[in-house]
Write a protein that binds this ligand. Structure first.
Ligand code: SF4
Length: 319
């Protein structure tokens, strides 16, 4: 059960992100914390996290967004949802707000980019489909194994549902990719697991995947130890991190514990080879792996070669 704290947001709605991939796009979090409660979620370590089993829902986001955009001389080309939460959490208030804000932005000709592990309700899917040229999405899927997904992502949509909605949104003409983030060392990074997942994604029509390997913060280690009670899942994961190294991510502002570089390279190489057999291209996330990857993982989609428009992406139109 998730406790929903209702609060008025005092700070700005449109915020810049520290991720290089989002450097040119304003972002919106509808909540602090996320009802999906993924056991590996990095946001547990953030100072704004509301605590275990809670989310902070901002009741005035749309009102403030309208006011902020009205004051801007140039409107954003697109907005990204959400750097530290998920717009499709199974909470009625959140889903209602997502629908209203997406409608407002799309009606204003402003694009919507999102990443989600949630169940996208039918009316939201219909809204996105009716504005396909203005929508980009990454649907997160770390495994096609339902047992592992339930253990690590207890409130997210099942792999089956995520694959089905991926196929549906792609068929509607929306630029949808998949996001394997995080790959779980010792659990989901072996060749058979990667092959099963890539096969399922290819069947859904996916051609591009962004990927990264789990890294650890103290709050994530605590969460894994507390919530992943099946030792056949927890132990191989912890064993994989017996040798780990400190790494600076997000422009050096945050220190995390990662697998050694050679281990991450090996996983990336394995995934790339498997994905290629299924006609899928993989981009490793450079924001989280600055030592071995470069370029963008396309988290907010490409806006300069779209199905419905050819507008160049910059933070504000006309710049
Ligand atoms: S869906 Fe994303 S933001 Fe939500 S709990 Fe899972 S990893 Fe965190």
């Amino acid at each position: 059960m998730i406790e929903v704290l209702h609060e008025e947001r005092k700070s700005a709605v449109l915020t810049p992100s520290s991720l290089a991939c989002l450097a040119h796009m304003p972002t919106i979090n509808l909540t602090a914390g996320c009802a999906h409660q993924c056991r590996y979620c990095y946001t547990r370590g953030y100072s704004t996290h509301p605590g275990e089993g809670k989310i902070r829902f901002y009741t005035n986001t749309l009102t403030k967004l309208r006011a902020e955009l009205a004051r801007k001389r140039k409107k954003p080309v697109a907005v990204y949802f959400s750097p530290s939460s998920d717009p499709f959490q199974p909470v009625p208030d959140v889903l209602e707000m997502a629908y209203d804000i997406f409608t407002f932005l799309l009606d204003a000709g402003i694009g919507v980019a999102f990443a989600t592990k949630g169940m996208i309700p039918e009316r939201h899917r219909a809204l996105l489909a009716s504005h396909a040229a203005l929508v980009r999405g990454q649907i997160g899927l770390i495994t096609h194994n339902a047992r592992i997904a339930t253990a690590f992502e207890p409130n997210a949509a099942s792999p089956e549902v995520r694959l089905a909605q991926t196929a549906e949104l792609l068929a509607a003409g929306i630029a949808i990719e998949s996001r394997m983030d995080p790959l779980l060392p010792g659990l989901t990074d072996d060749e058979d697991s990667l092959d099963g997942l890539c096969r399922a994604l290819a069947s859904a029509g996916v051609r591009r995947v962004a990927a990264s390997v789990l890294f650890l913060r103290p709050a994530v280690i605590w969460s894994l130890r507390r919530h992943v009670t099946d030792p056949t899942m927890l132990q191989p994961l912890l064993d994989a991190f017996v040798v780990k190294e400190k790494m600076r991510i997000h422009a050096g502002k945050s220190v995390v514990f990662s697998l050694p570089e050679k281990n991450r390279r090996a996983i990336l190489g394995r995934l790339g080879a498997v994905a290629k057999r299924h006609g899928i291209t993989v981009q490793f996330c450079a924001c989280k792996n600055p030592d071995i990857a470069s370029g963008t993982c396309n988290i907010a989609g490409r806006w300069d070669e779209s199905a419905g428009g050819s507008r160049q992406l910059s933070l504000y139109e006309g710049r």
